[in-house]
Write a protein that binds this ligand. Structure first.
Ligand SMILES: Nc1ncnc2c1ncn2[C@@H]1O[C@H](COP(=O)(O)OP(=O)(O)OP(=O)(O)O)[C@@H](O)[C@H]1O
Ligand SMILES: Nc1nc2c(c(=O)[nH]1)N=C(CO)CN2
Length: 184
């Protein structure tokens, strides 16, 4: 079974509800199984203005091709009222396909790994929580990149995301890698 990691983020509306209901939609999507979900991390916007974000990463098991997984993510964003009035506008839900198996591709619609993944602590830190030994295709290890991002502090929320029953058994409620308030 193939493995994909997706990033979830929101900075408009009920942030926790948006992430939890997106996870429920993903778990119900034909051909996708949600096999793990990170804790929820709060951080200031990186590279844009606006309210703080809540972010998390989920691991999916799927045999769907990456382009089809992306279609599912875009459909779920739309279902959550995502609009794109301008680049980096505050959003009710943002879903990114971060990596899928060893895929490296760059088409008009899809770039893998996600092109800004290695510059974002809010992605790398939850990825590290899910799989500390993960290698990013073409980019090396998570820790190699995370070390350069000390200027992007994150707060890990003590309350895990509430998940659809299918994924609840694998949600790590305790981060084995750091204390509960900060990654540093
Ligand atoms: N790996 C990827 N994951 C998600 N979208 C991607 C990816 N590669 C390319 N895209 C394309 O990017 C388009 C715009 O994405 P979006 O509006 O979510 O960007 P953004 O969230 O504002 O910024 P960022 O991409 O930096 O997170 C999508 O419609 C999609 O076609
Ligand atoms: N903290 C944080 N910053 C961001 C985020 C995000 O999800 N979290 N997403 C962005 C564009 O997708 C730009 N900046």
């Amino acid at each position: 079974m193939g493995v994909a990691y997706i990033g979830l983020g929101a900075n408009l509306g009920d942030l926790r509800l948006a992430l939890e209901s997106a996870l429920a939609d993903l778990a119900a999507w034909p051909g996708i199984r949600v096999s793990a979900v990170s804790g929820a991390y709060r951080s200031a916007p990186v590279g844009c203005e606006g309210p703080d974000f809540l972010n998390a990463v989920a691991r999916l098991e799927t045999e769907l091709p990456p382009e089809v997984v992306l279609e599912a993510l875009l459909a779920i964003e739309l279902r959550h009222g995502r609009e794109r009035p301008f680049r980096h506008a505050p959003r009710t839900l943002d879903l990114d396909l971060l990596i899928q198996d060893g895929a490296q591709l760059d088409t008009e619609r899809l770039t893998l790994p996600h092109p800004r993944l290695h510059q974002r602590a809010f992605v790398l830190r939850p990825l590290l929580e899910l799989d500390p030994s993960l290698t990013l295709p073409g980019l090396g290890t998570l820790v190699a990149h995370l070390g350069a991002l000390v200027d992007q502090p994150l707060t890990r929320e003590p309350e895990p995301l509430r998940l659809p029953a299918v994924a609840a058994a694998v949600n790590p409620s305790i981060d084995p890698l750091s204390d509960s308030t900060s990654r540093s």
